[in-house]
Design a protein around this ligand. Structure first.
Ligand code: GUN
Ligand code: FE
Length: 449
């Protein structure tokens, strides 16, 4: 190990349980991998602390370390529209607001300017890994990958495929199916071959927007590219009644089954929303090892629906959280955790299930804050099949330091010293102003050392 960070850290390697690493020394190698984690009672703690001496960074009093957040669903080009245009249903919203905005990324100056703002803002809010939809444009997608590499964010970046001229406007779609597939391959090669991306911190993603925007040939071609390259896959799945109904009418079966038949459901697939998964769909995703990006805030606006998260987790389905910028009006993964908890409570039955009036939801739906935090960190890492989201040897040091004393922040500890209580206060209260430092692969990308 070449250096260490000493402080109190919280993480949730398993669902439903927070681990407190008090006054713990985390050792890193030159590449940013965690090599060892020493508590104060562990043999070697003092020795390593003395040996590393000046190479140890101390988190100040009142500052706590968390794994960096993994946002499993971001539409990068929609950032200018965050907090706007939430008044229409999905099928209207796309044509009225979203496609016209995304079409502007043919302009590479506009792309660079907005993507730089987005990546800087997400890092500053504690998102160390993001799974991005870009636009249909090959070059602008490459600009987004460049910026993630420059700014040091871990990112997965996909050129969006919309190749069905019957469903997509002429001003914003792939020229042909062949061009969509060729551009997808070109972006994959560009990202894999990028000279500053030797560690593979930025990865390419096969990205059909959703079934409704693609031809069968396009979907099959993308399934083939996923199989050949082993790349991640992302798309929208059974998001709203309209999107879900489109697929049922077109194929006579659900999104999950259709995507699977096209080879788009793999261990490295992330299906956004997935609100209307059937039992059989969930079993299918579990069998493939695919994941769901749960976007609780966006689902309130576009799906009028709550994803049955507890049921999915009980089936061992991989789930992480997403902001769905700009389908939900917040870019913060702290907010995504909070909304996950709140939405689950709204799905839950009333408190006294013996009362007829209490039977208005699904029993046993509630998700606690620790589970939401697990999904936003370790769960996102599992979904992506990447060694991130927890403090353990072999994992990357992607982390956030939360300063509970930041005067402009949202946390008031009132002298609290009990670690579980501090954790709750941090998660429920933290704002960007509390994010004092952020590391990706052990490199500090936000804050002064
Ligand atoms: N379905 C197809 N495209 C989109 C999009 O941009 N946002 C959301 N939330 N759903 C979609
Ligand atoms: Fe989305």
């Amino acid at each position: 190990a070449s250096r260490g960070i000493l402080g109190t850290f919280f993480h949730a390697p398993d669902r439903g349980a927070i681990e407190v690493l008090e006054d713990t020394l985390i050792l890193l190698d030159e590449t940013g991998a965690i090599t060892q984690v020493f508590g104060p009672e562990d043999p070697g703690y003092r020795f390593e602390l003395d040996r590393l001496d000046n190479e140890v960074l101390y988190l100040p009093e009142g500052t706590y370390g968390l794994p960096g957040f993994v946002d499993l669903h971001v539409h990068a080009p929609q950032y200018p529209q965050l907090g706007l245009a939430l008044d229409e249903p999905l099928e209207v919203w796309l044509h009225k607001y979203t496609f016209p905005l995304e079409a502007r990324y043919a302009d590479l100056d506009f792309a660079r300017q907005t993507y730089e703002t987005l990546v800087a803002d997400l890092l500053a809010t504690g998102t160390t890994t993001a799974l991005y939809f870009a636009t249909v444009h090959r070059e602008a997608t490459q600009v987004l990958a460049d910026i993630c590499i420059e700014k040091g964010q871990r990112a997965l970046v996909g050129k969006v495929v919309m190749d069905d001229p019957a469903a997509c406007p002429d001003y914003y779609r792939d020229a042909t199916t062949e061009a969509a597939l060729a551009d997808t391959r070109a972006v994959i090669e560009y990202i894999k071959g990028h000279t500053q991306n030797a560690q593979g911190r930025v990865l390419p993603v096969v990205t059909p927007r959703f079934i409704a925007s693609c031809t069968d040939e396009g979907l099959a071609g993308l399934g083939k590219i996923a199989a050949e390259t082993g790349c991640h896959v992302q798309t929208h799945c059974s998001e709203s009644d309209w999107a879900h109904g489109h697929v049922l009418a077109r194929y006579g079966h659900t999104d999950a089954e259709a995507l699977d038949r096209f080879g788009l459901v793999t261990r490295r697939s992330v299906l956004a929303h997935s609100n209307f998964l059937t039992d059989a769909d969930m079993d299918r995703l579990v069998a493939r090892g695919a994941a769901v990006a749960h976007c609780a805030l966006s689902n309130a606006y576009f799906a009028n629906s709550v994803f049955p998260l507890r049921q999915a987790l009980e089936k061992q389905l991989h789930v992480g959280l997403g902001t769905d910028i700009s389908g939900g009006p917040s870019a913060s993964m702290f907010e995504a955790c909070r909304m996950t908890v709140a939405a689950s409570r709204m799905l839950e039955d009333g408190v006294d299930a013996a009362l007829p009036a209490a039977k208005r939801g699904r029993p046993d739906s509630r998700i606690d804050l620790v589970t939401a935090f697990h999904l936003a960190t370790a769960g996102g890492g599992i979904a992506l099949d990447l060694p991130i989201g927890r403090f353990a040897p072999g994992y990357r040091f992607d982390a956030v330091a939360i300063d509970s004393t930041a005067p402009q922040g949202g946390i008031r500890l009132f002298g609290e010293t009990q670690p579980q209580a501090i954790f709750e206060k941090l998660l429920y209260g933290a704002t960007r102003a509390n994010v004092a430092a952020v590391w990706v692969d052990g490199e500090q990308v936000v804050g002064s050392p």
